[in-house]
Unconditional design. Structure first.
Length: 369
């Protein structure tokens, strides 16, 4: 599903979290090898699963130690950048290189690390009507990609060197920017080494009595957002079209980490206009006149998981106005938001989807009153 979005996540975070001169910035480097399988999440890609993907992951981690409040509240996570190379071991899928912004969270006395990264990938051999029509997974060279990792970690075992091993999941999709877009999901086993550049001078973790989380609660706020982008239906060659979304919603921040939202979306999806016209001619048995309204109206509820000025957003919606039956009436949205100017202005990037099937990547701006 899915999915979500480029190194914008790290740019958002870096703009808001690091400024004081006294702050130290310890760094660690990681290198991994992986081996695994492509999951058959869709029978349409069965013919592309012919081998076991292999590859490498290289990561740059900016370690935190509690200098800022958000670091203490989230048990001193890392943020950084990841580069992944994956050989799909299939001549039609070829090789894929991905660049990510990521965050790492630690549990079990920092021996268990869970990581989430979002970024952009490059496919060497995407779909081509003449030279690679077998590849119905990737419709473009540039893809949206998500990486999930879970590792058992032992850092700084000897002179900054450490070891780790675990699993990795990598998703590639262009979010219907251009057809075809059946995507791939790989489940991989990985093992690697790490090196702490500042192992001799690594600062002590700051333990400080912060204010109660609920003191960050706010009154109800009213929001207006505008989102846009380009996408295409699943019909290859029908053409890319712009779309526009206007959202009006209310939010209620209840504590430092959580904000709840509810509102209305109005979708102007012009690709549906072309799809309706196409199906009215190509499939007369559908009973379409070609004049059906392509606009939709949905209501939604959602949650924002706050990291200082950055938020991970998740929403679940239902189309109350749905004149053309495209996909299903339930939709979801996942993405990132960055607040500016005392939280009155925000920018966001998100994926509008129907369960696991993405419809579009949305780029948005909004005002919060």
């Amino acid at each position: 599903m899915k999915h979500f979005l480029f190194v914008i996540s790290v740019l958002f975070i870096s703009l808001s979290l690091f400024s004081q001169e006294e702050e130290l910035k310890p760094i660690s480097l990681e290198a991994d090898f992986f081996y695994g399988s492509i999951l058959e999440h869709n029978p349409d890609i069965e013919h592309l699963i012919t081998g076991h993907p292999t590859g490498f992951i290289f990561s740059f981690n900016r370690k935190t130690y509690g200098f800022n409040e958000w670091e203490r509240r989230y048990n001193y996570p890392d943020w950084g950048f990841t580069l992944a190379y994956q050989n799909m071991h299939n001549e039609y899928l070829g090789n894929v290189i991905g660049a990510y912004g990521h965050m790492n969270w630690y549990f079990l006395k920092r021996h268990l690390m869970l990581s989430v990264g979002q970024g952009i990938a490059y496919s060497a051999v995407p779909y081509d009507q003449e030279t690679n029509y077998i590849n119905n997974a990737y419709g473009t060279h540039l893809l949206s990609t998500t990486i999930l990792r879970g590792n058992f970690v032992r850092e700084n075992i000897w002179k900054g060197l450490g070891l780790h091993a675990g699993f990795t999941v990598i998703h590639y999709s262009n979010a219907n920017f251009k057809a075809p877009n059946n995507s791939t999901n790989s489940f991989l086993l990985n093992a690697g080494v790490s090196y702490q550049l500042d192992h001799k001078e690594f600062p002590k973790y700051v333990h400080k009595e912060d204010s109660l989380s609920k003191t960050h609660a706010e009154r109800f706020k009213y929001n207006l957002a505008f989102r846009t982008g380009i996408n295409e239906s699943d019909v290859v060659g029908l053409g890319q079209e712009p779309f526009y979304v206007i959202s009006v919603f209310v939010d209620k921040r209840i504590n430092y980490k959580s904000t709840f939202t509810a509102g209305v979306d109005v979708f102007f999806s012009t690709f549906l206009k072309e799809l309706i016209n196409y199906r009215s001619i190509a499939y007369p048995e559908d009973g379409l006149s070609g004049d059906e309204d392509y606009k939709r109206v949905g209501v939604f509820v959602g949650h924002e998981w706050r990291f200082n000025k950055v938020a991970f957003i998740s929403q679940l919606g239902y189309y109350v106005y749905w004149p053309y039956e495209f996909e299903n009436r339930v939709y979801n949205r996942l993405g990132l938001k960055r607040y500016f100017f005392n939280d009155k202005i925000f920018a966001a990037i998100s994926v509008h989807a129907h369960w696991a099937k993405a419809e579009a990547v949305e780029f948005g701006v909004g005002y919060r009153l």
